[in-house]
Design a protein around this ligand. Structure first.
Ligand SMILES: Cc1ncc(COP(=O)(O)O)c(C=O)c1O
Length: 354
């Protein structure tokens, strides 16, 4: 185990960060005594009440272990066996879940090009051409990631437009909100602005990247889907017997807007990193960061040289593209040291040639 002073700073992913101290404290409190299992405990009731206070009293909530699990549970509750989910070609559920939706839900995942990670509503029209055709899986859920895998953020009107299109054609809108806190903080809006209020039908609400030890929540509003949700969660192996420990973490995250302070901090640190790298010769930023992810083209040897100290790697080897992420735990000093180290390494090794 590395000593604290020599522990690396994690700029490769917000998953590399530790756990918010407030969340750790909440876990310790929840650890006193016994409680009913499988969600029949007071911590679960409290966390659900807090989510309902934000997202509406009619919100149905299922706490789950992880983000892949949240997406799978949402889709399992929503889709009939012949129905498909439509998402961006970079969507986590399409490319980074080892085919879990295909295997566990049994649905087809249809992808559409989305160079900046955002699914344009205009792309959805052609999907309708094969409605009712028994030879084609029927698109039923449109899934978007907020913030996206490319670190971009949908404006609330864009989400609303996707929801309106989906509803006009008998479909549902799912938001993979593994980083909803970052997106909301970046938009200056509360979390719930990206729930029912924006027309969203299914929400995978992220906790882990926001600073929990683990845990996400699936939120749904449709009564028929809500009725299937607990069964979908159990079949998808996402029902925690000691659920109080997931719920207590969410309660802490929602208390006093800890989620907002943490996500806004992560976003600010990403902005600081972009500013520190913006004029560096040999480092090309893909676009200004909108949340807590920054994509940069720079020489592969520079990334390799710093990979241990900063836990980074290349996102796309061929394009010599790296993804840098910040989290609730990133400090300004770490950002400045990382930016200086990158500049120095690129200075030695040359520009972004791969
Ligand atoms: C957009 C998105 N969705 C979901 C997840 C959750 O994945 P996991 O199953 O690793 O918690 C991630 C994790 O990186 C993600 O980036």
């Amino acid at each position: 185990m590395p000593a604290i002073e020599t522990a690396p700073a994690g700029f490769g992913s917000d998953n590399q960060a530790g756990v918010l101290p407030e969340v750790m404290a909440a876990l310790a409190v929840a650890n006193r005594g016994a409680a009913r299992a499988y969600g029949a405990d007071p911590w679960t009731a409290e966390a659900i009440a807090k989510l309902r206070a934000r997202f509406g009293e009619e919100t149905e909530v299922a706490f789950v272990f992880g983000g892949t699990g949240a997406n799978v549970v949402a889709l399992l509750a929503a889709l009939a066996p012949h129905e498909a989910v439509v998402c961006a070609d970079c969507a986590h559920l399409a490319v980074d879940e080892c085919g879990a939706p295909e295997r566990t839900v049994g649905c087809q995942v249809l992808t559409l090009p989305a160079p900046d990670g955002k699914l344009p509503v205009e792309r959805l029209g052609p999907l309708l051409a094969h409605r009712g055709d028994v030879h084609r899986a029927q698109p039923r859920v449109v899934s978007i990631s907020q913030s996206t895998e490319w670190g971009t953020v949908y404006r609330v009107e864009e989400v609303r437009a996707l929801a309106d299109f989906a509803h006009a054609h008998g479909m549902l809108l799912h938001v993979d909100g593994a980083r909803l806190a970052n997106a909301a903080a970046s938009s200056g809006l509360p979390l719930e602005a990206f729930g029912r209020a924006a027309g969203v039908d299914l929400l995978s609400l992220g906790g882990t990247k926001a600073g929990l030890l683990f845990g996400e929540a699936v939120l749904v509003w449709d009564p028929a889907i809500a009725a299937r949700l607990p069964f979908a969660r159990k079949q998808a192996t996402q029902l925690a017997s000691k659920q109080r420990f997931v719920a207590a973490q969410f309660s802490a995250l929602l208390d006093g807007d800890l989620w907002l302070r943490s996500a806004a901090h992560a976003n600010r640190m990403c902005g600081r990193l972009a500013a520190a790298l913006g004029d560096a010769a040999g480092i090309e930023l893909e676009r200004p960061p909108e949340a807590n992810a920054l994509f940069a083209r720079l020489s592969s040897p520079a990334v390799r040289a710093l990979s241990e100290r900063y836990l980074i790697g290349l996102w796309d080897e061929q394009r010599s593209l790296a993804r840098f992420m910040t989290s609730w735990a990133t400090t300004a000093m770490e950002v400045d040291a990382f930016a200086a180290a990158l500049r120095a390494e690129v200075g030695h090794g040359g520009a972004a040639t791969g």
